[in-house]
Structures are given as C-alpha cells and as structure tokens.
Design a protein around this ligand. Structure first.
Ligand SMILES: C[S@@+](CC[C@H](N)C(=O)[O-])C[C@H]1O[C@@H](n2cnc3c(N)ncnc32)[C@H](O)[C@@H]1O
Length: 202
C-alpha cells in the first residue's frame, strides 16, 4: 500500500465506529441510486469496492448471488462484518482489497460508492480499466464528481482529503475501458452516479 492509501486507511480506521451516524442526505440519495442502478439478479456476483461499513454491499446481497466487499480499512471492514452477522446475511464476504488489487477473480457487476475520489485521475482511469479485466458487465459508480467548477468558498467535498474528477473525465475513462455510459444521475453539483455497460465486442 502506498503512503497516501495508508493515510486513508488510518483515517477511516479512526472514524469507523461513528461512520454510520448522521449520514448526509446527499450521501443517502447517492447510495440509494447506486443500489437501484446495480439491480443484480440471483445469478450475479458483485464486487463493492471501497465498501466501508458495507452499506451498499449488504443491500445488494438481498438480491445478488454473492457480494464481495473490499476496502483498505480494517476498522471499516470490522463494522461491515458485525452488521452482516447482526442482519443474518451470509452471501457476503468482507475483506481487505484496494482499487488496484481488489483480490477477487471475476465478477458480473462492480459498484463503488463515495470511494473512488480518493485516487488521482490517472489512478481512477487505471482502476476503471482493471474493472474490465475482472469481467464486469456493469459498473455503477456513485461518487463525488464535478458537473461544473465547484464553489470553493463552500465546497461539498473536503479539498484536503478528496480529489474528485470532472464527470467528463470519468465518462472518457468508462468509454476507453470498453463501457458505454447508459445512465448519469446528478445528485448535486459535486455528486453523481454513472452507469456503464460493457460494449459488445470490446
Ligand atoms: C466515504 S467511505 C464510503 C464507504 C461506503 N462505500 C459507503 O457508501 O458508505 C470511503 C471508503 O473508501 C475506502 N478507500 C479509500 N481508498 C481506497 C482504496 N484505494 N481502495 C479501496 N478502498 C479505499 C475507505 O477506507 C473508506 O472505507
């Protein structure tokens, strides 16, 4: 793990216990749109990368065959495992994995909510290319992303730790990795959900 990734892991370990308290409405809306767009069926293997305390993974496990939740923060993963056990969800596995090493063989659907913005734009592009190598037919990315220049007097994102991309950069990355963008939902000028489906013959 590089130093920047370790810093994020430490930061999320420290806030893991309180992470699920008082979620912002824009975050909840984004999460619900991600879950709705992922819409797995009972044969789908799903990867939730940057799973955190498993908010998305646990919802998708109700419909999917199996869900892998991957994260770099052991503290967040501990909370996710506790929640899975409390909710009696047994078709989900939470474990350490990063965007560049998710530690899964192949999956049908990849989702990520509020996590990819921790990477640089170059790293985001490489990550999205890697999704294609995992065989994903659908990608659902909910995240901080700029629809226009952010208001830096009153930003939604935290410039000291977040590095959102412009929507156009993400659309380009999806397209170059062989995914057609089939939906784009704007939740806030700094938050959106992008859905990509594997382009035939790519
Ligand atoms: C804001 S939380 C979102 C968690 C969850 N997806 C949700 O919707 O509640 C961001 C998560 O991304 C994880 N993360 C940050 N960088 C990562 C990386 N390079 N690979 C995997 N996970 C990462 C953090 O540890 C943290 O749990």
């Amino acid at each position: 793990m590089d130093d920047k990734t370790k810093e994020h892991a430490v930061r999320f370990n420290e806030i893991a216990d309180e992470y699920d308290e008082d979620p912002r409405p824009e975050y909840l809306e984004c999460l619900n749109v991600v879950v709705g767009c992922a819409d797995p069926d009972s044969s789908d293997m799903v990867l939730d990368i940057g799973t955190g305390t498993g908010a998305v993974a646990l919802k998708l496990a109700k419909k999917a065959k199996y869900v892998y939740g991957r994260d770099i923060s052991e503290g967040m993963l501990e909370k996710a495992k506790e929640k899975a056990s409390e909710q009696g969800v047994d078709n989900v596995e939470f474990g350490v994995g990063s965007f560049n090493k998710p530690d899964v063989d192949s999956v049908d659907i990849i989702v990520s909510n509020f996590a990819l913005h921790h990477l640089t734009d170059e790293e985001k592009k490489n990550t999205i290319n890697g999704f294609s190598e995992l065989g994903a037919q659908k990608i659902v990315l909910g995240d901080l992303m700029f629809f226009k220049k952010p208001d830096m007097e009153n930003p939604f994102h935290k410039p000291e730790v977040d590095d959102p991309a412009y929507v156009g950069e993400l659309v380009l990355a999806f397209t170059q990795a062989g995914y057609s963008v089939t939906n784009l939902v704007k939740i806030h000028n700094e938050i959106g959900v992008l859905v990509g489906k594997k382009t035939p013959d790519h």
